[in-house]
Design a protein around this ligand. Structure first.
Ligand SMILES: N[C@@H](CCC(=O)N[C@@H](CS)C(=O)NCC(=O)O)C(=O)O
Length: 119
């Protein structure tokens, strides 16, 4: 089972690399502003998790320089559990304007959020 999972994970990464989405283009000033906003958002994820790949593809399509944090690393894993409440990925950590932190789970919700905010 572990081996099949590993093979599937590699296939997903291969597919993702071959059929990489094309980033949308923006005017330089607008892109700069978005880059600054995205610095306050991080994606907790596993490299070969299909739901995480889906979110990373959406971020790439939207041309967002989204920081990813590997939740298999103990420090990020602990931060995810402490902040978000569970060890599940993908999870988006969003720093709000008032400094509050929101932890968003569910790939569909995360993609919806990114599209609404940055598309
Ligand atoms: N419905 C969720 C599914 C997420 C999910 O199942 N993630 C798996 C990894 S692929 C997970 O975090 N499992 C918990 C674990 O491995 O500890 C989504 O779309 O984000």
């Amino acid at each position: 089972m572990q081996v099949i999972r590993w093979i599937l994970g590699r296939l997903i990464l291969l597919f993702n690399a071959v059929f990489s989405p094309k980033p949308m283009k923006r005017e330089a000033a607008q892109q700069q502003q978005i880059d600054a906003e995205v610095r306050r958002i991080q994606l907790y994820q596993f490299e070969a998790c299909p739901f995480c790949v889906k979110v990373r593809r959406a971020a790439k399509r939207l041309n967002l320089p989204l920081e990813t944090r590997d939740a298999k690393q103990t420090s990020w894993e602990q931060e995810l559990i402490n902040g978000g409440g569970k060890r599940k990925v993908p999870c988006l950590r969003i720093e709000q304007d008032n400094g509050e932190i929101e932890w968003m789970y569910e790939s569909a919700d995360i993609i919806n959020y990114l599209e609404k905010r940055f598309a």
